[in-house]
Every structure is written in C-alpha cells, then in structure tokens.
Design a protein around this ligand. Structure first.
Ligand SMILES: *Cc1c(COP(=O)(O)O)cnc(C)c1O
Length: 421
C-alpha cells in the first residue's frame, strides 16, 4: 500500500489523514475513495510474483528491503483491511494494527496467541462479559491459570495476589479494562507495565488493554507501556451502531504474530466491514468530541438532580485523590460514558428507563445515538451478586452512552423520565 503522512516539513494530525491515508487513487481509476475490494483472491502478474508473495506470507524468508506483502487471498490480506489498519495505527501511534470481525475475535486471538496451558493470566475486574466468559469457560478448559485484581488495589496488593497463586514464574499476561465498565474505576497502565517487567524472565509478560471505552481518541495505552491496545470497533470506531468489528494495535512484532494466527482462525474482518469502518473513521474525532461535550452537560445535570444519588463520570473524580492522578496522567477527556445511581432500586431504575423518549434502551455504547441500560440485570447479570455489590453495580445503577444529539434534548429526556421515578 501507498503511505504518506508527511509533507517534507509538516506532520499531519490523524483526523486530517483519515480521508486519504494509505490509499492511492491512481490504483483505482482515480476514485477518491477506496472501492470495496469484494474479492476472495488476487491475480498474480507472474508465477515469480506468486512465489515471492507466498515466501513472505509463510515466513519462508525475511522480507527484502522495501518489500511489501503482495495481495494473495482475502483471508491473508485485502486492500480495504490494509488501508483501514494503516489508518488505525495513527491514533495509537502504533507500528501496526490488525482488524477482526468482532471485538471478541480480537481479544480471543490475542489470548490464544500469547497464552499457553500452564501460564498465568492476571486480569482486572470487572471485565466485559464476553471476555470474562472466554477466560472462565475457555481458558480454564485449556489449562490457563487466571487470577483477578480490582481497581484501587495498590502495587503491593497486586504483587501479593500474584505471589499467592504460587505461579508467579508462569505469569504471561496482564489484561486490563480501564476505565472499568460500568462505574469508570481507573487502573494505572504504567503500574501494570512495571509489574509485568519485573516478572519478565525468558519470556516477556505482555500487557493488554481493552481500550474500547475511551479509545482511540481519549486514551493511548501503548504510550503507557502496554503491548496491545484492543478495541471493539463496534463501539466508537464504528460509531453508528450498524457494524460489529474489532481491532488490535501494537508493535510490528506482536501484530505479525496476531495476524498469522488470524489467517489460520479466519476471523479477519470482511472487505465491506473494512470499508464501513474507514467511512466511520473520517468523522471519529468530531463525533467523539461532541459526545464528550454532551457527556459533560449530562453529568452536570444529573449531579445536581435531587432524585440522583451518585454520578460515576471521570470529570467528577475529586482532585487530590490517587484516582485523579491516574485520570490526569492517562486520559485527555472525561469521555462520554455516564453512569448514575437513581434514588431507590430496580423499580425506580426501570420506571426511568421505560419513560425515556429519545434515549434508546439498549446495550452497547459509543454510537451516534444515546443509549441507556441497567447493568445489574443486563450487561452484568452474569457477574456474581456479591462481586457486583462490591463494584457498586447495584439495582439503582443506570449506564448511559451519550450520543451526538443536542444535549438540551438528552437532558430534557432524562428530566422528564426522572419525574416518573
Ligand atoms: C463490546 C465490547 C467488547 C466486545 O466487542 P464485540 O465487538 O461485541 O465483539 C469487548 N470489550 C468491551 C469493553 C466492549 O464494550
């Protein structure tokens, strides 16, 4: 692919490159946008070319200087995916990226490539339900040991949790979600990196961050030492609640391994999915900035409302706390996820949810439309009730994903729904 993000004197910002980066119109009849390369296979110019492409694809020899992987077959590579991957690297300043047909495909592929039977995985709680299920119902079955820690636990406690397993020497990966869903509790990525480095002996302990909640605009895990920045591209990257997809950013070395396993699992994104995500990326920044502005207004409104007990929102973390220090270090926006406790319990929360007129009652997040859901009985229904309580996921908690609507209309809707409580 053709890549140019530099004029000789100027480095363009990602949002300026999302319309053109990695695409050369001359290769597609002058089309300003990349066509959908809806093709399963690619015609080689010569038998020699075909041979050379396979040598590189199968790792039979190192790439020659300047040599690119030639187009072979759409399970291995496809122009829509390659252009999309090149664009995704810009936000995280990653060397490479891989896109998948879902966020779960990205996450499970990283687990499968970097964990083997006997290894220990340390993960933060609460995790996205699908990830939690994969860990408990699949990784355990293949003999991967796992142990959890919680946001707010300090370095000494996390080290003790690892030591108490008796398998510290087998630690292979630290997997975290920060901010934690749905209460936005924060985890210090550079602290995880420090612990990972201390446990790295012959094999490097990997740090993987599910960056779905805040990325790719508001948090950049690789800058804090993570090896992987993982996404459900279904959320902010896709942004229109009309596509399921996933992505993984990291160094050339780790992404090459991820892409190789992806080739054989066959869970890459389809060309049409790639094309849809490129279209979404053009407006990623304007969408997310509007969502964050709306989120701030909604959080302010809820925080002052007499029927609201508590608001969980990064912009309301008290200054001077340890969590505030992590917030300032790791995030460049409070984001657009706002959760809150309504006074009362399930009955009051349901009455509010059933009274909404503009905000839709649905799980998922990051789309252009505002969504509301009830974590205790919906996204987090599978979490052990005691554990749920500990994490403040109670019957009075409602999670909002704020969209791009006029914020006065979102607030009007919440106000009228709160009157029914
Ligand atoms: C949605 C989500 C996932 C799973 O992504 P899919 O695209 O649905 O497979 C993983 N992690 C987080 C935090 C999510 O919100």
């Amino acid at each position: 692919m053709y890549i140019c993000n530099m004029s000789h004197s100027h480095k363009f910002k990602p949002e300026s490159l999302m319309m053109s980066y990695g695409f050369k119109p001359a290769l597609s009849e002058g089309a300003i946008k990349s066509p959908i390369f809806q093709t399963s296979t690619f015609v080689f110019k010569s038998a020699e070319d075909g041979k050379a492409f396979f040598e590189v694809a199968y790792g039979l020899r190192e790439k020659r200087k300047g040599e690119k992987l030639g187009l072979i077959y759409s399970r291995i590579n496809n122009p829509d995916l390659e252009i999309l991957e090149n664009r995704l690297t810009l936000w995280d300043e990653a060397e490479d990226a891989a896109v998948f047909e879902s966020g779960m495909a990205a996450i499970s592929t990283v687990f499968l490539e970097f964990l083997k039977p006997g290894d220990l995985l340390l993960f933060s709680t609460p995790l996205y339900g699908g990830t939690d299920h994969f860990i408990h119902d699949f990784l355990h079955k293949i003999g991967v040991h796992t142990v959890a820690f919680k946001p707010g636990q300090n370095e000494a406690t996390i080290r003790k949790i690892i030591e108490d397993t008796g398998k510290g020497d087998k630690l292979a990966m630290i997997f975290i979600e920060t901010p934690a869903n749905p209460t936005s509790a924060l985890i210090d990525i550079s602290l995880c990196k420090k612990i990972a480095d201390d446990y790295s002996k012959e094999n490097k302990v990997m740090v993987a961050v599910d960056n779905t909640y805040m990325g790719p605009l508001w948090q950049h895990p690789l800058k804090h030492g993570a090896d992987f920045s993982l996404y459900s591209a279904t959320k902010y990257i896709g942004g229109h609640s009309d596509v399921i997809a996933g992505a993984c950013c990291g160094s050339k070395e780790v992404i090459t391994r991820v892409k190789t396993l992806r080739t054989f699992l066959g869970n890459m994104a389809a060309p049409h999915t790639g094309w849809l995500l490129m279209r979404s990326l053009e407006t990623l920044k304007v969408r997310m900035e509007q969502q964050a502005l709306n989120g701030e207004k909604v959080a302010e409104f809820l925080n002052a409302h007499p029927k609201v007990e508590k608001v969980y929102y990064l912009g309301l973390i008290p200054e001077g706390t340890e969590e505030y220090a992590i917030y300032k270090k790791q995030y460049n926006s409070p984001g657009a996820m706002v959760s809150f406790d309504v006074k009362g319990g399930e009955e009051q929360a349901f009455r509010l949810l059933n009274s909404l007129k503009l905000i839709k009652l649905a799980v998922s997040l990051g789309g252009t439309e505002s969504l509301a859901e009830h974590p205790a009985t919906m996204t987090h229904a599978g979490v052990d009730p005691h554990h749920r309580e500990e994490m403040h996921i109670t019957e009075k908690l409602i999670r909002l994903s704020i969209g791009v609507e006029n914020f006065n209309d979102i607030i009007w809707d919440l106000e009228q729904a709160l009157q029914h409580v």
